[in-house]
Design a protein around this ligand. Sequence first.
Ligand SMILES: Cc1cc2nc3c(=O)[nH]c(=O)nc-3n(C[C@H](O)[C@H](O)[C@H](O)COP(=O)(O)OP(=O)(O)OC[C@H]3O[C@@H](n4cnc5c(N)ncnc54)[C@H](O)[C@@H]3O)c2cc1C
Ligand SMILES: NC(=O)c1ccc[n+]([C@@H]2O[C@H](COP(=O)([O-])OP(=O)(O)OC[C@H]3O[C@@H](n4cnc5c(N)ncnc54)[C@H](OP(=O)(O)O)[C@@H]3O)[C@@H](O)[C@H]2O)c1
Length: 421
Amino acid sequence: MGEYLKLNILDKKYNDKNIFESRLLPFANSELKFSNLIKAELLTHGEDVKTVYDLTLSLNEKFDYLPGDTIGILAQNNLDEVNNLLDRLNLTGVADNEYCLSILEGTIKKNPTLPKHVPKNGSIRNIFVNNIDIRTPPKKLFLKNLLIHTSDSKDSDFLKHITSTLGTQDYMKFINNEGRTLLGLLNILSSCLPPVEIIIENSVNLQPRPYSISSSPLLNNKLNITFFVTEISKNVKGVCTGWLENIIKDKSDVKIPFYFRKPNNFRLALDFHVPLILIGTGTGIAPFIGFLKSLELGKPQHLEDIWLFHGFRYTDRDALYKNEISDYCKSVLTKYFACCSREDNKVYVQHKIKENGKGFIDLVMVKGASIFICGNLKTVVKDVKSTILKLLGTYGKLNEQDAKNYLAQLETNKKLLVDSW
Ligand SMILES: Cc1cc2nc3c(=O)[nH]c(=O)nc-3n(C[C@H](O)[C@H](O)[C@H](O)COP(=O)(O)OP(=O)(O)OC[C@H]3O[C@@H](n4cnc5c(N)ncnc54)[C@H](O)[C@@H]3O)c2cc1C
Ligand SMILES: NC(=O)c1ccc[n+]([C@@H]2O[C@H](COP(=O)([O-])OP(=O)(O)OC[C@H]3O[C@@H](n4cnc5c(N)ncnc54)[C@H](OP(=O)(O)O)[C@@H]3O)[C@@H](O)[C@H]2O)c1
């Protein structure tokens, strides 16, 4: 038992398949949907580029969304990691039995409540696979709670040290290295055997991962996302992108649970009537593919100027959606700027923006263009904004302060929109 939870393991297997009941859906704009993976396409090739996939997911019922909106995917934890963890905690034998979670009678904790992210009834395996984040760095309080379940004095001295004020530097080192995950931590503290309740009490929700939709709402029955596989270390991938990549490689027919997230302003109303300037680097191109597809399918009678600045490393390795963009150049794009950073010269999106500064500022200041930027916040977005600021001076004839005010005004009026994480 734990400080305030009691998990009663019953003598029968758990067979209720409704394992998603307790999954939290932050920023949800729809209920949970279960999609089939219709197609997975590897978009990058060769060395020195990220592994990027385009996934086509089935969408069984029509849902009103706009290009630029995002979905949340409910991934599972890595199954090998879960199995190792269950073994390490001596729980393998009962992991598939039904349990009942309740508040521990007589607990001294004030106002104890059952955790929202863990079902009241279920199996321990389901908790470890679907509900708790087993890779979240342990908090000092959790490590303190482990003390009474640690038998070896070397382990308990280590725990006492890293949870003390003096040991903060060593705590930081520990949680940034081998103590980063629950399994890593327990492998170091070999004499520590906490009951499962302590793990649940100190656990956090396995968060859904958001992804931009890279297809058009005008295409029924399916949607696309574009993601790169997060490489944490040599053999460790990100929870969600590693899970998705395993599904792709195993050709498994697992249903992918997702929901539509509440939209922000980074979306294209299909009846827009101003020029558009789209600036996307790496997977930041994803929402714009949805924009362009919608424009192509929507066949508006009068098309405004639409410029796309597209950042990637190598033309033949990671220029995402090269063929689709080439088609859009014939239909809806009025100007396309390929910005290739690792071939002859380092060409970034802001370099091409500067080269075309006069036309860019004319589109913004005279024709009222909307600017959309999707890329790394600290690098791409920062540099693009400072380039626009300079161009407002050069071609817009604004002094430094007026240019700053103008840019701020564009953001306030939602004429300059940024999506980043
Ligand atoms: C609004 C929004 C839209 C997004 N759109 C897209 C999109 O279109 N395409 C896309 O590819 N992504 C997108 N993302 C990012 C995406 O949601 C995920 O964050 C991303 O795919 C990584 O998820 P993951 O579960 O694979 O990695 P996680 O397991 O969550 O890992 C993420 C990071 O945490 C750290 N980390 C985790 N575990 C460890 C460990 N053991 N040791 C050390 N460090 C660790 C690493 O820095 C790692 O890179 C978006 C995010 C937001 C907020
Ligand atoms: N909805 C969303 O919020 C959403 C969706 C998708 C993507 N994104 C954003 O897009 C980013 C894409 O990341 P990624 O990993 O796919 O991209 P990436 O592959 O790391 O980079 C793409 C390109 O940007 C270049 N670049 C690096 N620094 C730059 C700078 N200061 N200015 C201009 N270009 C620069 C890179 O050049 P070099 O590597 O050669 O330096 C590379 O050619 C994410 O960080 C995320 O914030 C957001």
